[in-house]
Design a binder for this molecule. Sequence first.
Ligand code: PEP
Ligand code: MN
Length: 374
Amino acid sequence: MDVLFYLPYNRIAFLALLEEMVVRRPYIVAGPCSVESREQLNAVVSALSSMPQVSMIRCGVWKPRTRPGGFEGLGQKALEWIKELKAANPSLRFCCEVGRPEHAALILKYGLDAVWIGARTTANPFMVQELTEALRGSKVGIMVKNPPSPDVSLWVGALERCRQVGLTDIMAVHRGFDIYKNDGYRNNPLWEMPIELRRHTPETPILCDPSHIAGRREPIALLAQTAMDLGFEGLMVEVHPHPQQALTDADQQITPDQLAHILESLILRQTDSSVADEELRLLREQIDHIDQQALQLLASRFEVAKQIARVKSQGNLAVYQPKRWETLLRRRLQTAQELGMSSDFTKALFEKIHAESVRIQESELHPEEKDKRN
Ligand code: PEP
Ligand code: MN
């Protein structure tokens, strides 16, 4: 990330979001999870509009609640306030979540600058289609959050639906994934997913939403830094004047001062390493060589697995031997510990290797099924 200079608000108001992103990188979207009152909105807008790094204010107006009965947003009343704030200061930019075509129509009516499609909506192609149709022909910016499950195709599909209706200011937002193991976060970042998204659609800028990944305040700074190190174009952060009193997502919102501190501490590094220096080139050569060796070793291991399949079959032994697997894993974890390697990683690695070995042995025993399994 090599471009870092900020244009003041009044100079960028006429630019499309993606054009603005070129001059303001990282692109920062910040604001409360939900608009809760006029006072809260005024306070947060006044704090954020004085921060040169912040390009757009996010504020939830309709809140998708996992269970019924909680605060569901102020709806149209909040849109009225936003309209008044924009009339008083036309350089302010606002975005909010839309979950239904009626919301999209209201957003256009009240002149918001952008919308985002929430995680749970991205998972539903029918709804994404209806939402994007409702925005057809408009100039509104659109941000698509990843679906809760780690399925890049759903995410890419939603972005494609935005393009199909002629929207041009399109960004993706990485907010983490709800999987069975979230590693202390509300949503597991699974960084490989946005990296995969980038491969599918290199032209789409990606923002990271460290607030919904973390679910609490403490990890936000580090997650934001990781996003920068991975070349994300910006951040979407939840900011509230009094986070503890927030009606939604109280544990993860931060104050404007805390946001300012995080942004000032971000280290922005060069993400294009094609001009890498000699030392980096040599180290990468080593990595390539080691990877080749690792693959060759794995291939030999799988050859041995085939012979094992034959011996087991002759001895009428089942392919999966729980005691052997338990001993093997214990020993590998012991070795990994001695080598200073992470036990979580080692366990995940050997689970994969073992699963592949079982698959290969099964194919040896039932060659007629081989094609179906591969
Ligand atoms: C939000 O941004 O407040 C929100 C509801 O996010 P998500 O769709 O990522 O859960
Ligand atoms: Mn939220």
